[in-house]
Design a protein around this ligand. Structure first.
Ligand code: ADP
Ligand code: ZN
Length: 811
């Protein structure tokens, strides 16, 4: 690596974003050997204090700084990881979400960008002499030396190979027989660059008669995930996947192809004739795309109106024009059917980006996108940073979904909003769609900021399901009993089973009982680390905290008074499952919630079995409400429509309305009409009543009035500041210092608080909260900057202050 002046024409310095909680970039000099390689968007390794960090180059330049700078030590990319467009986006995200640029850059990159080191042990000359001087290596030290005689080995490897090697190595290091060096692990999967080897199932008849375990695994995988797959990505799941693929290719059970140029899009067999409103929507999108113009379109279509088909056709047109497309969904695992549709339609051009991928898979996908091989990306929130070039269309499906908002770590961005900003700078069309658009979104359409496309009817004029509310107060007064299922639900499920149709049963609360208390003294069993009650999980036989995962055995006696009157209160999805089994012993029942989908692929397995008709009833939390299209589902039962209404969140009613509308939308999507029953104690609450009436517009108007009166979005911008410390008095001191620092707030801005957060203690930390509401968004940014300035100046720990712009979570 050259010393001395950089040749003329090449930049002498670069500014790099480094993942530290400071708003600025840092300047480094460029050694002669690297100056030509460093371009904006490249990842570089730089010294930072006593540490070595990786960062992203924001710009290169000749402006000699008036302070001493250190040189960068390595460049990790030949092709910049972030395009100019993405760098621009990084600056926007950093500014809007009040997050240090280094943290933003880190969030945008594919793989975990942390540097990894390994300790490498090698023999010194002295060590070799020592080894040569003995006839036979005896004893642990000599054995280790002997293994090192051919080449250097890692510390970890040696420990695995030789028991007790650690001590021996340390002694030999002291004696100068071996040296131990820390080396940067350079196996960066992003840089693997050979052509993709794609595998695909090809006709079942050709499978080997007695496939080996590995072959069976691969055939199975391909059956479950139709379409073409990168073999090396599969090798992450099973190390011999490549070998198995070659073996199966020989006998013709799979086809194997090295992808050099892009495959053609094959047309699948049956194509629907688009409905009039689908066609109108498609044309509107296409107009924007063909004009290479930015525009946000809201596709507001009822459940089952055929929105997905519109998106897929719009993407096809974009590809035909040689541009690329991004399709965002809240959670891929929840929509497995969609992924396979993508693979069938767009084949080798599709890349997937979601959190279920291993780092290697993710890096592979990223590379395929960056190189232009993949022109369509299907992904979750973070896919908004996919390095697609020539972006023509972004689709944000189920735009109202809370998963688009990242809560931890920073940047706490909303993928939908970043998508819109990205589309603007790429001159792309962005379509955000939902049956229940967020209030802000619909408002933006109403005020002309977005173009509104509506699809008010289901495909083939199928009716929306008939919804009945079941008043549980009346149920109690008439039966004198507290039961989980009303008589109406029991009857409806019986009829549904008799017709051999399927039902979805929602209770948006997991576990068996939501709290455990002592009947004698009233003591509740709470978490040790958080100020919440523990939930009883029957199958796992313990009480569990839903905030920190703390768990403890089920107490026989009360911790406070010692009496044996522990009482289990409140019901969750696990109890619903149990009760269903008791009431309908002849039915086969599956449950989908976070507890049953812990295992990899569990969600897909359960859902596809339900789709195939293996189960009659599917019970679960909100994850069963999302997007699924299962024609034989004719009944949806909501066990407690009021869950969530009491939450301290200005969106509580909106969320309830959305959830109820979405889950109702799962019923009657096929030939047979659907029916929905909602049990509630508040049948007159507008969120429940209007969801039951399929009346989005009325809900929208009503909610809008409330938002206006109380200064909430879309009429204001909102942000929160959270102050945290495990020391209560420290938390309070910081909070009051911040309060003084921020007051008086500027005009047009309301600073509410400080107050203890709704859950004051989480993971042993005490939390205090400020709420900011402002007419002008810039004022919010300034105030947040001021808050962060204080934290920096007072050297608060980096975790002490959390700022959240457009928060969706107030707990
Ligand atoms: P949404 O996303 O609006 O809830 P989907 O896109 O899931 O609705 O469509 C509902 C169902 O209608 C799907 O099974 C889909 O295959 C089918 N479908 C979509 N468009 C048409 C069409 N033009 N003709 C017939 N069936 C269609
Ligand atoms: Zn806890």
């Amino acid at each position: 690596m050259g010393e001395g002046p950089v040749p003329e024409g090449l930049p002498a310095y670069c500014d790099a974003a480094v993942p530290v909680p400071v708003d600025q970039a840092f300047t480094y000099s460029l050694p002669r050997g690297l100056a030509a390689k460093v371009r904006p968007g490249c990842r570089v390794v730089v010294p930072f204090g006593h540490r070595t960090l990786s960062g992203v180059v924001l710009r290169t330049h000749h402006d000699t700084p008036d302070f001493e700078v250190r040189p960068i030590s390595r460049v990790l990319d030949e092709v910049p990881s972030l395009t100019t467009e993405l760098l621009r986006l990084a600056h926007w995200v950093a500014g809007y979400y009040s997050t240090p640029i280094g943290e933003v850059a880190k969030a945008m990159l594919p793989a975990n960008n942390q540097l990894r080191y390994k300790k490498v042990v090698s023999l010194t000359r002295r060590g070799r002499r020592e080894l040569d001087s003995v006839m036979m290596p005896v004893g642990i030290a000599m054995e280790v030396l002997a293994s090192l005689s051919k080449r250097a080995l890692t510390w970890t490897y040696l420990l695995q190979k030789h028991r007790g090697a650690a001590k021996a190595l340390r002694q030999m290091q002291a004696l100068g027989l071996v040296t131990v060096e820390k080396k940067l692990v350079s196996a960066d999967p992003t840089n693997s660059r050979s052509a993709l080897l794609m595998v695909e199932a090809s006709g079942a008849g050709l499978a080997p008669e007695k496939p080996s375990a590995g072959e069976r695994w691969l055939l199975d995988y391909l059956a479950r995930h139709p379409g073409r797959h990168d073999v090396r990505a599969l090798a992450v799941e099973r190390s011999d996947a490549v070998r198995m693929a070659r073996r199966l290719a020989k006998c013709g059970a799979v086809s194997l192809e090295a992808v050099v140029e892009l495959g053609r899009v094959e047309r699948e067999q049956d194509r629907f004739q688009l409905t009039q409103s689908q066609q109108t929507a498609l044309d509107a999108i296409d107009r924007i795309v063909s004009a290479v113009r930015f525009k946000t379109l809201l596709l507001h279509g009822v459940t089952g109106s055929g929105k997905t088909e519109v998106y897929l056709r719009a993407i096809e047109r974009v590809l035909e024009r040689g541009r690329s497309a991004l399709y965002m969904v809240p959670e891929i695992a929840l929509t497995p059917a969609l992924a396979s549709q993508f693979f069938t339609r767009f084949q080798g051009r599709t890349a997937l980006l979601h959190s279920g991928l291993s780092p290697t898979q993710r890096a592979e996908q990223w590379r395929a996108i960056r190189s232009g091989q993949a022109k369509v990306v299907l992904g979750t929130r973070s896919a908004v940073f996919a390095p697609l070039s020539d972006l023509g269309l972004v689709v944000v499906d189920e735009e109202h979904d809370g998963s688009y908002k990242q809560s931890e770590p920073a940047p706490r961005y909303n993928g939908r909003d970043v998508a819109i900003v990205r589309a603007r700078s790429a001159k792309a069309a962005v379509v955000i769609g939902s049956a229940t658009p967020g209030l802000e979104t619909r408002w933006n359409a109403e005020t002309g900021k977005y173009e509104l496309l509506t699809m008010p009817h289901r495909i083939n004029q199928r009716p929306l399901p008939k919804v009945d509310k079941v008043d549980m107060r009346r149920e109690f007064s008439e039966t004198g009993q507290v039961r989980l299922f009303s008589r109406a639900i029991v009857k409806a499920v019986q009829q549904c089973l008799a017709r051999r149709e399927q039902a979805i049963i929602l209770l948006n609360r997991r576990g068996y009982s939501t709290h455990v208390l002592c009947r004698s003294c009233g003591e509740r069993v709470e978490c040790e680390n958080c100020s919440v009650t523990l939930t009883y999980h029957k199958r796992e036989k313990h009480l569990q905290c839903h905030y920190c995962d703390y768990s403890r055995p089920i107490p026989r006696r009360c911790d406070a008074c010692g009496k044996q009157y522990m009482h289990f209160h409140g019901s969750g999805s696990e109890k619903v499952e149990d009760e269903l089994r008791r009431c309908f012993p002849e039915a086969s029942i599956a449950r989908l919630d976070r507890d049953t989908v812990k295992a990899k692929d569990a969600f897909e397995t359960i859902l596809s079995a339900f789709r195939a008709g293996d189960y009659n009833l599917l019970v679960g939390t909100q994850m069963i409400a999302k997007g699924h299209d299962i024609p034989n589902v004719t009944l949806v039962c909501v066990i407690d429509a009021d869950v969530g209404l009491g939450l301290p969140d200005f969106r509580a009613a909106e969320r309830t309305f959305q959830l109820l509308t979405q889950v109702a939308g799962r019923a009657g999507r096929g030939e047979k009409p659907g029916r929905v029953l909602m049990q509630t104690m508040n049948p007159d609450h507008y969120a429940i009543d209007l969801a039951a009436g399929h009346d989005y517009d009325a809900f929208y108007r009503r909610e809008l009035n409330f938002r206006k009166a109380l200064w909430y979005p879309p009429f204001t911008s909102v942000a929160t500041i959270l102050v945290r410390s495990s020391d209560l008095s420290r938390a309070m001191a910081m909070t009051s210092a911040l309060d003084q620092h921020l007051r008086p707030p500027p005009k047009g801005l309301r600073l509410i608080g400080p107050a203890s957060a709704p859950v004051v203690k989480v993971r042993t930390e005490y939390r205090f909260q400020f709420l900011i509401k402002a007419l002008d968004r810039r004022a919010v940014g300034q105030l947040l900057g001021q808050a962060r300035g204080l934290a920096l100046q007072q050297e608060w720990p980096p975790t002490a202050l959390t700022v959240d712009v457009d928060p969706t979570d107030f707990l």
